[in-house]
Design a protein around this ligand. Structure first.
Ligand SMILES: [Zn+2]
Ligand SMILES: [Zn+2]
Length: 873
């Protein structure tokens, strides 16, 4: 067996995947593992059944994977804060006193400060109770003054009086599992501090190593800022590239890195570890240190690096892979890189099986896998022999040790050198050899970098489309300068920061050079990002395509490995075939040529869970699509190039639409220009091709004017809709019931909402935006056709809407309130909820039921909700 660790890791992964899909429980996995191991020992002892023994061993590892995943799930401590809250043992509807120690120095953000507290106890009316887990507390500068905050450092014990809650996932198909993601970072509760006085320092108990490391990180971050006091953009990028703090990288820069597939430069991972390790090895060789010493020094530096960075898992993965590789190189003559990659994956999965579901885990190992399995073998076969051929070029006796084509290459080169020697004149004579080989060597290295970069981009393509819904065709090219510059910036950055502690003069000189490199990096990224059409958003590939892609990569790796040792035709042919298949699959991923996931012949209205706000997706029987509003959360603003909160348009509405397989929308409609309806539409217009933008009356507000400018620049035609307008798609009759007045208004108002009515056979839908009692009364008085089986409750169920007269005129069977959980407005109003109940209306709400879908074939109405399809586990 050539690659034992790869097979064991794959078996272990299969076990985790099975347990995640269909939990079998600890006992069954344990039983299966023990049984398989006993059988494997039995088979091994007779020495005749090596192959069966190996297969049974794989089964045992599969069972161990399932066991590990099941153990991890049941190992949440009983006093975990999130568990206490979800099980109702701790009432968090009121602020409580949470006590614990700061995990890191308070993190300064562009708009506030963030504290991460390792919880020890919580105090409520009944007294103090021990709790475990992590609490993230945000303090926004607009709430109070910065100066009022107490000076705090990692390891300090503090008390925060906050209303803390487990982070909430949006209950929509395709939504990101923010809760699981934060839990894997040790954050179980989040809250925001209403005033600086609510934070009390409780002294500093003796510091542990992790606190000292965290303080060290804080100091290093401050140092980075002092290097470029006049150029905060450079400091922001360096903070990310050296220490993993991306909070000061503004949205435009971060978008440019995403568009050019170079975002990994800002996420500490393999590239940074490789840059550091290669630099240390280079220094070791210059100083003529023994290999053992260099290796140990590098390992120590990597360990310190892992300790000091902010986002630990990716750098830990890379450091583990590097350590496995370096140690193996000390022990063995030849190292199978794929084995070391698999060993690192196995070690991490044994420690935390749930990391298998992490996008960044999958990206790390797919990248490492294609580097080890494809890029390096290809380099070995293509440029490697020629690079070897450039060594000792003058030594004719070595020609025979090279393959014939390389021997010929050496002969040709020597002929060119002789010609150069004869023609260059005495000044250059004798240097013509290096004059020729140096650019050739550089050229070969560049080719290797391009091949490496292209292979990585190809391997990561389906995962990037799946998780980030982005395809970056320029990635292979933009990554060449990005990777080269990162390779220089990371070691030089640490040298500069280190120098600043010892000798500020030297640090200033190094900082100049560093500044040039960072500016060059930013310039190259921005240059590539400006190319049109090279980067675009796309629905994630269907599961079968993802699976086929991975399977073909495995086949290609196997074929490439086989072809390394033999040039026999079948292996070559297999490699070419697998390569061609991979290209076809890659094109399918990058173009998504599939039909949207819509039910033909049905009218569907889905009220999305966007927190407090509205976003409604409508699909017509003939495939026409309409999106009304894009949501918009309070606290999410665009301030000086940063976003201060969650952009629901990008993070909730767009992923939902991609999940439905959509690349375009026929119509995007804005009911009215309030923040909770308009804000998300910017991302929607950015991510999807829209046919038309429907609005009511023009508004003089900034957000509205920006939306108009946005649609003009994208050549989306704006259509003003008013009472009496009608349309018909796929047999569904649509009509606009409101507004009547199309004159421009200086500010947005609920009573200017577009009111849409859809009629499919006997079933009618009423979508009235945020209208309040005045418009409700007017519509009733006009005897507008309000009657509908399905109603989107006006204005989030506020007390000022859903008047009795209106409700009587609509007489819905089912209604949905679109509201945020525990929203500060008290929506939906209790009286209104009761009014619907008295009328016997089936009332759903997006904060509890999640996305609500009402669909009809024109005869009957079916209602489904996200929560009903995904019961809590
Ligand atoms: Zn609203
Ligand atoms: Zn409103």
């Amino acid at each position: 067996m050539k690659l034992p660790a790869v097979w064991l890791a794959l078996a272990f992964i299969a076990g985790i995947a099975v347990e995640r899909a269909r939990p079998a429980g600890t006992h069954r996995w344990l039983f299966a593992a023990v049984l398989a191991m006993a059988l494997a020992f039995l088979l091994l002892s007779s020495r005749r059944f090596l192959w069966p023994a190996w297969v049974v061993t794989l089964v045992a590892w599969c069972a161990l994977g399932g066991l590990a995943a099941s153990l991890e799930r049941s190992s949440i401590p009983a006093d975990n804060a999130a568990r206490l809250v979800t099980q109702g043992q701790l009432d968090t509807s009121e602020p409580l006193r949470w006590r614990g120690r700061l995990r890191s120095d308070p993190l300064r953000l562009p708009w506030g400060v963030r504290y991460e507290i390792a919880l020890e106890e919580v105090q409520n009316a009944a007294g103090a109770h021990p709790v475990s887990g992590g609490l993230r507390v945000n303090y926004f500068y607009n709430v109070g003054k910065r100066a009022d905050l107490p000076p705090l450092r990692a390891g300090d014990r503090i008390e925060a009086l906050v209303q803390a809650r487990p982070p909430r996932n949006f209950l929509d198909p395709g939504a990101f599992d923010a809760r699981g993601w934060l839990a894997r970072q040790g954050i179980h509760l989040v809250g925001s501090l209403r005033s600086a006085e609510l934070l009390t320092p409780l002294g500093t108990p003796p510091l542990a190593l992790r606190h000292r490391l965290a303080r060290w990180r804080g100091q290093l971050l401050e140092r980075v800022d002092t290097l470029f006091p006049a150029a905060p953009a450079r400091s922001a990028v360096l903070r990310a590239m050296l220490l993993g703090d991306r909070s000061f990288v503004d949205s435009d820069t971060s978008l440019a890195f995403q568009k050019t597939a170079a975002f990994h430069v800002l996420v500490l991972a393999g590239l940074h570890v490789a840059a550091l390790a290669m630099f240390l090895f280079w220094v070791g060789r210059r100083l003529r240190l023994p290999l053992v010493v260099t290796t140990l020094l590098t390992l120590a530096a990597l360990a310190a690096y892992v300790g000091v960075v902010q986002e630990r898992p990716p750098i830990l993965r890379a450091a583990l892979m590097a350590a496995a590789f370096l140690l193996a190189r000390l022990l063995f003559r030849r190292v199978e890189l794929l084995n070391t990659v698999a060993l690192a994956a196995l070690a991490l999965l044994i420690a935390a099986p749930s990391s298998l579901g992490d996008a960044s885990f999958q990206l790390s190992f797919v990248a490492a896998g294609v580097i080890a399995g494809l890029a390096l073998p290809w380099i070995d076969r293509s440029s490697g022999p020629y690079r070897d051929g450039l060594e000792h070029l003058g030594d004719v006796t070595r020609d025979t040790s090279h393959p014939p084509r390389v021997a010929q290459f050496r002969l040709d080169l020597r002929a060119v050198i002789r010609w150069l020697d004869a023609h260059l004149g005495p000044r250059w004579a004798g240097r013509s050899s290096s004059l020729l080989t140096t650019p050739l060597r550089a050229g070969l290295r560049l080719w290797e970098l391009v091949l490496l970069s292209a292979t990585i981009q190809l391997g990561m393509l389906p995962l990037l489309a799946l998780y980030f819904h982005r395809v970056s065709l320029g990635g292979p090219a933009s990554n060449v300068p990005a990777v080269l510059l990162t390779g220089l910036i990371v070691p030089l950055g640490f040298l500069t920061v280190g120098a600043s502690f010892i000798w500020s003069g030297l640090a200033a000189v190094l900082a100049k050079l560093l500044g040039v490199l960072v500016t060059a990096l930013l310039a190259s990224i921005e240059w590539f990002a400006r190319w049109p059409h090279l980067s675009y958003r796309i629905p994630g590939p269907p599961g079968w395509l993802l699976f086929a892609f991975l399977a073909v990569i495995v086949l290609l790796v196997a074929a490439a490995r086989a072809a390394r040792h033999t040039s026999a035709f079948p292996y070559r042919a297999a490699e070419w075939l697998a390569g061609a298949a991979l290209v076809v699959l890659a094109i399918a991923v990058a173009t998504y040529p599939f039909a949207p996931r819509l039910e033909k012949g049905k009218l569907e209205v889905t009220v999305l869970d966007v927190g407090q706000g509205d976003s409604i997706f409508v699909a017509f029987p003939d495939g026409h699509t309409l999106l009304i509003d894009g949501g918009g959360l309070a606290g999410d603003e665009r301030v000086g190039g940063y976003r201060t909160g969650t952009d629901v348009g990008e993070e909730v509405v767009s992923p939902y639409l991609w999940q439905r397989g959509l690349k375009r929308l026929d119509v995007v409609a804005l009911s009215h220009a309030h923040h909770d309806h308009i804000e998300g539409l910017f991302a929607v217009l950015d991510n999807f091709r829209a046919g038309q933008l429907w609005v009511g009356r023009d508004i003089g507000s900034r957000a509205y004017e920006e939306l108009m400018a946005e649609s003009r620049s994208r050549e989306v035609s704006v259509v003003h809709r008013r009472q009496g307008d009608a349309f018909e798609w796929g047999g569904v009759k649509g009509s606009v019931l409101w507004p009547t007045d199309l004159s421009t208004s200086p500010s947005a108002a609920n009573d200017d909402s577009l009111v849409l009515r859809l009629e499919d056979g006997a079933i009618r839908f009423l979508l009235p935006g945020d209208i309040e009692k005045k418009v409700e009364a007017e519509l009733v008085a006009q005897e507008a056709p309000l009657a509908a089986e399905f109603l989107k409750v006006p204005h989030h169920g506020s007390r000022t809407s859903s008047t009795s007269g209106f409700l009587a005129a609509v007489a819905p069977r089912a209604a949905v309130v679109s509201v945020g959980e525990n929203n500060p407005f008290g929506h939906p109003n209790q009286q209104i909820v009761e009014r619907y109940a008295e009328d016997g209306v089936h009332l759903l709400r997006t904060d509890r039921d999640g996305a609500v879908t009402a669909s009809t074939d024109g005869r009957s109405l079916a209602i489904h909700s996200y929560a009903e399809a995904h019961p809590p586990q």
